[in-house]
Design a protein around this ligand. Sequence first.
Ligand code: NAD
Length: 476
Amino acid sequence: MEHARSFIAGQYYTAAGMPLSPVFNPATGAQIGQVDIIHAAGLDAALLAASSGFESWRRTSAYERGRILQAAASLIRERKEAIGRLMTLEQGKPLAEAIGEVATSADNIEWMAQEATRAYGRLLVPRTAGITQAVQREPIGPVASFCPWNFPALTPARKIAGALAAGCSLILKPSEETPFTAAHIVRAFIDAGVPAGVLNLVYGKSRQVSAHLIASPVIRKISFTGSTAVGKELLALAAQGVKRATMELGGHAPVVVFDDVDPVAAARQAVIAKFRNAGQVCTSPTRFYVQAGIYPQFLEAFVAAARAIQVGDGMDPASQMGPLANGRRVDAMELLVADAVKHGARLECGGSRHEGAGHFFAPTVLSGVPESARIMYEEPFGPVVPLAPFDTFEEVLGRVNALPFGLAAYVMTRSLARASAMSDALEAGMVAVNHYTVSTPASPFGGVKESGYGSEGGIEGLDAYLTSKTVTQRVA
Ligand code: NAD
């Protein structure tokens, strides 16, 4: 049995009377561990630690900060199998995917380790002789970061790396449903030499933790990944203290498939992307609009590939898709499928949960889904995919941009003109043409509209934790 505890001011935090919350393996339903639920006094201790940690870390040279981050990335790489195993046990994704996520986390940390030394300011040309004007880039201050359960290593790794590279201290709250992976990511940073107080980890009741931390004058910035509904709540709290925020919220990524592509190859490629992490990915391709001329062939190949997916416990090397991370997602899938069918969609395959233990749901394809069905405007966040035909460029553009979301969007075409026109017109933070990788360490990851604002990754991911100070002097 694993036991996750908060880590504050360089040590594991213990206090009398902290309740425990059980952690379950979503593939079996068996309890695999527990997590301490922190109380208000513990959160105050974390705030105090982050405050003093910031004072020393901001004065640590960016080269030294980068060196420590680089060491953390190396440790995470060395430990990727062990961390990946824990991730599969607590979150469900296939082991190879989990280990891959840990390795990607290390890549992201390494990139930020190098970027730490590039927080350049600038000198301005003065308007008056004898005056100098400089813009200094400074870390914004202690940060509170809140993570969900779908990427238990990558989300914490990105939030820690950006903040620490910039010179900020951090209080990180992972999901209590997937606490163990995050604990090991944090451990690697501590083992790499991050000083006490700079990186603090708390587990608790989400609403209580965020309200307490965001209200504190110590916290100068928040970063949240999760649903749009919770993001709005946290933004309202941040507004009370006029605090900066990075919001990585929900998406509902459209895929526009034009009739100049090979429908079979495009469908097979799409199925791999769609069912990764059982569809529990904010950039997951979730609404397929296929041009009428190739719609029947695309649909047939898509359904065949979805049917062939091997669903099972992520610890089994044969499994290509694991369980959903929790029972809430299984219930949500059932409701979305029933609603789509009620609105006239055709259930091509899947559509139901698996009997027995574990939160398994069959890869599900719905065809001819009208825009009025909930799944066309609500993020599925699971292995259910709607397909619908379209005729013209203008028509499909109106349909894909109609939602309040704008995270990722995908286009499949061999026409350079169509690709450019679509990329320009899509209301999304990230667009991929003819492939599905929108996230790399060097590229800004973030959305527009109700998918949030601010970015993680790229030079924007460092900028998110910096503030600009103008310093002007009369020198003569
Ligand atoms: P939820 O909206 O209650 O929670 C989403 C995440 O936010 C969870 O990890 C939770 O621990 C955290 N959270 C919830 N309330 C919080 C609060 N007041 N303060 C701080 N953190 C809080 O629901 P859920 O059932 O966990 O997930 C459902 C939906 O969330 C999904 O359908 C999906 O749309 C969205 N989601 C998005 C992402 C993403 O990567 N953008 C990740 C996970 C979930």
